[in-house]
Design a protein around this ligand. Structure first.
Ligand code: SIN
Length: 278
């Protein structure tokens, strides 16, 4: 790849890549896709992309089809392909302030998201943490991992939005509810990963509700409390961060109230996951 220099954020996950995305050729994008497959999170500082260039990056990932979030037009965006991620002194909540994987409630969830920072909070804060679901799975003991094989879980779009923030979806686009494998084989890398998250995962289907509640608590705790599966992005204005939304989950730290943080997210739809049970 031309003009590329990079530094890993941790040995496990995340790299900072010094590369001008506006000048990327198809060959460069193929390299970036491979790198994303290995590192899961790539941060590109100092980008100068138009809205159309930001959207065009998406066609190099997943199915190449941009994801239209049920709430994109509620987010302050005038473009259904772009979610505005904004919190300020008037906000009652900030998008993504608990651990989640973007719209895992969809039958074909987002493969890759690309968040482009427009305004960082004046006095710092607003970092985003990402966790590797490959490493979270590998960190489980062999007997537990064996027990999870073949299990499935229901992911419900109403959990974060209706139950969490009290937001109703548009009438023509209800929140999705989908049953996915608990251990997923990544469609591109073929590596197994743990596919439950605190945002959307409601119930493990093959066990009692009581067992499901405790099992999910234990798995989510395992993911969320372990720094060695995680990296932290400290944003700068004009930084674009792309993440593999199947191999990771993330949390945005809302520690900057009442200051303002504004970013724009473009995401790409991945394949249906039913065929990727590990
Ligand atoms: C998101 O959950 O997509 C937003 C992440 C962020 O604001 O850092």
């Amino acid at each position: 790849m031309r003009n590329l220099s990079m530094q890993n954020i941790t040995p496990t996950i995340g790299s900072v890549v010094n590369f001008d995305l506006a000048s990327a050729s198809s060959a460069d994008m193929a390299d970036i896709r491979r790198l994303l497959g290995e590192r899961m999170v790539l941060a590109f500082p100092d980008q100068h992309l138009s809205r159309e260039q930001h959207k065009a990056l998406g066609k190099h990932f997943g199915t190449g089809v941009l994801h239209r979030h049920a709430l994109a037009l509620h987010s302050g965006s005038n473009d259904p392909d772009v979610v505005v991620v904004k919190a300020d002194a008037n906000s009652k909540y900030a998008v993504g302030e608990s651990w989640h994987t973007d719209v895992s409630c969809d039958p074909n969830p987002i493969a890759v998201s690309m968040l482009y920072m427009k305004q960082v909070p004046e006095n710092g804060g607003g970092d985003t943490l990402f966790a590797s679901m490959y490493d979270a799975l590998e960190g489980l003991s062999a007997p537990l991992r064996k027990m999870l094989e073949g299990l499935t879980a229901r992911h419900n779009g109403a959990l974060p939005w209706r139950d969490g923030y009290g937001i109703e979806p548009p009438k023509d686009q209800p929140y999705n509810v989908t049953v996915h494998p608990v251990i997923l084989r990544h469609p591109e890398t073929a590596r197994p990963l743990l596919w439950v998250n605190g945002g959307f995962t409601q119930r493990i289907m093959e066990v009692s509700k009581h067992e499901s509640d405790h099992l999910l608590d234990m798995l989510l705790n395992h993911i969320e409390r372990e720094p060695k599966y995680q990296c932290r992005i400290r944003w700068q204005n004009n930084m674009l961060v792309m993440w593999d939304n199947l191999a990771t989950q993330h949390i945005a730290s809302w520690d900057y109230f009442p200051q303002t943080r504004i970013a724009e997210r473009v995401s790409v739809v991945g394949p249906e996951l039913a065929a990727f049970q590990s």
